[in-house]
Design a protein around this ligand. Sequence first.
Ligand code: DGJ
Length: 747
Amino acid sequence: MDDVRTRLREVRMNEPLPAAPVPHTNPGRTHGDPDANRTSVGERIRILRAAGVAVVVNVPERGLPEVLHWGRDLGGLDADELEQLRLARARPVSPSALDEPWPLTVLPGEQDGWEGRPGFSAHRARQAQYPQWNIIEAHSTADSLRLISTADGLDLTTTFSLDLAGVLRVDHEVTNASDTSLALAALESVVPVDDRAAEVLDFTGRWTRERVPQHRTLTAGSHVRETRRGRTGHDSPFVTALGTPGFTSSTGELWAVHLAWSGDAVYRYDALPEARTLLGAGPLLRPGEIELAPGESFRTPASVFVWSDRGTDGIGSRLHRSLRARSSHPRRPRPVVLNTWEAVYFHHDLGRLEALADTAAEIGVERFVLDDGWFRGRRDDSAGLGDWSVDPQVWPEGLHPIVRKVRSLGMEFGLWFEPEMVNPDSDLAREHPEWLLQPLGTGVRAWRNQYVLDLSRPEAFEYLLESISAIVGEYRLDYIKWDQNRDLIEAVHDGRANVHRHTEAVYRLLDRLRKRHPDLEIESCASGGARVDLGILDRTDRIWASDTNDPIERLAIQRWTELLLPLELIGSHIGPPVTHTTRRATSLDFRIAVALFGSAGIEWDVTSCTPDELKVLREGIACYRRLRGLLHSGELVHPDTGDAGTTATAVIAQDRARALVRIARHATGDRALAPTLRVPRLDPAGRYTVAPVPELPVPRGLDDVAPPWLGHGELRLPGLALAEVGLQMPLLAPGEALVLELIREPS
Ligand code: DGJ
């Protein structure tokens, strides 16, 4: 034992770690508790604490660490109390089991005694690998813990970091320290959750209906959701949350995980009879995909773990705070976008686009984005992808005339690309058929007439970097919409499965481009919202949530996209009166009210608008421009409405001085009067005036029956009364929304 002790090199708190993904704070320091995170040589139990969350990790003499607690903060426990906690948590032998108690480690496997889905799975020339890990180094700071372990022929680095929002990121890096190659099958991060977790929330979806929630009872067994689409996918599990019975948007305790990754993924929870429930995620690796030669390493993307004691809103609130703390988070006001896609599709014509730009500028648009159709041979979706130069037939002077026009009107200019793809009908495919992820003629199947480029080929990578970079430079692009419109099927490089390396190459390409053009903003789009994850968001500034601009559909899609992302990152556009994807007709007022709560824009041929429509649009845009500071910095909550057909969305300023509440109805219900809406998280003692925002009309409501307070100008109530008693909601018709502004009176 002593030998192991001497090998265990403890490194004290102040030792620098590699750059952390987000800035961290020491909650102990912030809250005047100097002992909160102190660790010392010889202490085997580490505690990370931030924003009301504690993670307690036992670093044992043999084997891998165990998470003893992840959840509510436990205060500043001293070394003795931490030891007692370990004792309190120690697992006895269960009936009909191994004779010795066994630990539930951060990388559980049969070598420990764990018989659920392993965290690590590999073989070496068909030799089974059950590594007997031992920790040889433990590096800790106030908010992170890095543990280096070895086993026969393997090194492992496990990193935990808890950021200022209480969001825990965990990843593993395994290195093949032997002289034979190692075929890796799985490397996943798991953390145990409390036994009270009894329900599961995760997501599915399809094109134009992304992030559909599935809320069900937690049942026994190893439950695995796999994604094998080569991209995040419309039906991504997105976030898997385990919660206490009956949890809602605002109530209940939840433990959630998200994988910061845009390739194939595994989301998992294991509820075995003899162990605590484990929650986790990791990259999905196909057979033979990751084979580590001697000395090679593989590092997982981060699994992002979030605990909440106030329902799903508590998860969102921590994630939003965490994202907003990134140095790369967009700081400039999110401009009003006009995207040309649904306005003109592939029919690029300078005169028509100039007229569109004129009208856009008149109504307050700030960024004009030329979508698909500008490059060589791209007259429809059957040709051109891969040939990233301006089509001389459509644009004889290049894009200069439209760029000049847009800039002369005071707007920014953005352009669409789909870098990862190629049409067989393109010069690129004709010249380099070998650049495809699976070469032509080998049974590869088209999807939207296109194939995928193998970005792990250096020549293909460099070609894309240089050709995109040249256009960004020539036109001084402010913005790129980076699209990706197909799943990867049978993706191979030199005969070997290649989703993982391809995804890493996509990230590298984005990183290189951003480094060259630091002011360039990038939107991530994938057939609408098939690439919404924190991996792509580390290198992009906005996501396109869905290809549907139908506000009824969008209400649901955005409501759950908001579980991960704050409003400023979610592209949300006002479409035409009849939505192209659903053929549903909706009012302009409703479309504006829905787009307002996002990174707003327009996707509509506004040259076809009546003067009245333009007036309403102008007012709506003015409203967004006035309120975006609040919308894009405040805390987002979704008060329970008690009516399945009504969604309430509220944004409360961080200083609680102002708030916005949108009540939107998408379906009728069985009540003759609408229920009461309670607005949480306001300043309980502050008195608020409540009134509809002046720029948007008050909806008529069903049968023209409005609650009396709506006809009385402003309502004045303390925050506590608004939270506990609430407001009588109007009985809205489906397709109507009311946006209220709450302003705290000076005290
Ligand atoms: C799919 C995107 O989601 C749309 O917004 C549009 O950019 C088209 N691709 C263009 O081909």
